[in-house]
Ligand binder design. Structure first.
Ligand SMILES: N[C@@H](CCC(=O)N[C@@H](CS)C(=O)NCC(=O)O)C(=O)O
Length: 205
């Protein structure tokens, strides 16, 4: 299998961490796609993913799966004897899914929008709007407060164990440095959780 990704980009990072936790990183051959140079816009890449984004997992039969969570689900089902990260019961799966949607829509997406509209990274292919970027940044800052509250008395984001929700929150927090948002000293619960995350081997990939 091939994993088209960009090492520095946050969505591919989520998938790499997921694979590392499961001990499956060596099951994929990583292919670097330079987004800044527009390598995701070539006809060859668009044929693999018409959404023009990374990551993309290409199976040995040529099937291409894009969307980080679709890739994670595929790998979890293909390798059921690895560490479960998506839920062992319907209750767990539902709560993890709820958190994933909160994290992706209310946290990751505004971080990405703030990045695009405040840094001008894709200025050659989009019109930026600074006011919108700042609104998104504010939303990201509020989400840190929310996460800190939710982590009161908890070790992990949900279901009392490490899951893909922790991976998604961690990768978003690291990504948010590019818009200069960081965990504040008063976010004691979030600080403690972040230390736990940082100490995992998968945090290094
Ligand atoms: N929902 C998608 C988002 C993928 C995504 O936006 N990837 C970014 C890199 S983190 C990308 O390829 N951006 C290129 C672009 O927007 O042109 C996923 O979860 O995989």
């Amino acid at each position: 299998m091939k994993l088209y990704e960009m090492a520095k980009a946050p969505n591919p990072r989520r998938v790499r961490m997921f694979l590392a936790e499961k001990g499956l990183l060596d099951h994929v051959k990583r292919v670097e796609i330079d987004l800044k140079e527009g390598e995701n816009l070539t006809p060859e890449f668009v044929a693999k993913n018409p959404m023009k984004t990374v990551p993309v997992l290409e199976l040995n039969d040529g099937t291409c799966i894009s969307e980080s969570m679709a890739i994670c689900r595929y790998m979890e089902q293909q390798f059921p004897n690895t560490q479960n990260l998506l839920g062992k019961t319907s209750r767990e799966s539902a709560l993890i899914e709820q958190w994933l949607r909160w994290l992706e829509f209310q946290f990751f997406l505004p971080t990405g929008m703030a990045f695009q509209h405040l840094t001008g990274y894709f200025e050659d292919r989009m019109t930026t709007n600074e006011a919108w970027g700042n609104d998104c940044k504010l939303k990201v800052e509020r989400f840190y407060d929310f996460l800190d509250e939710q982590l009161q008395g908890e070790t992990w984001i949900c279901v009392n164990r490490f899951t893909v929700a922790d991976i998604t929150a961690f990768c978003t927090i690291q990504f948010a440095r590019v818009i200069d948002v960081r965990i504040l000293p008063e976010h004691k619960n979030l600080q403690a959780w972040y230390k736990r995350m940082e100490s995992r081997d998968s945090a290094k990939v």
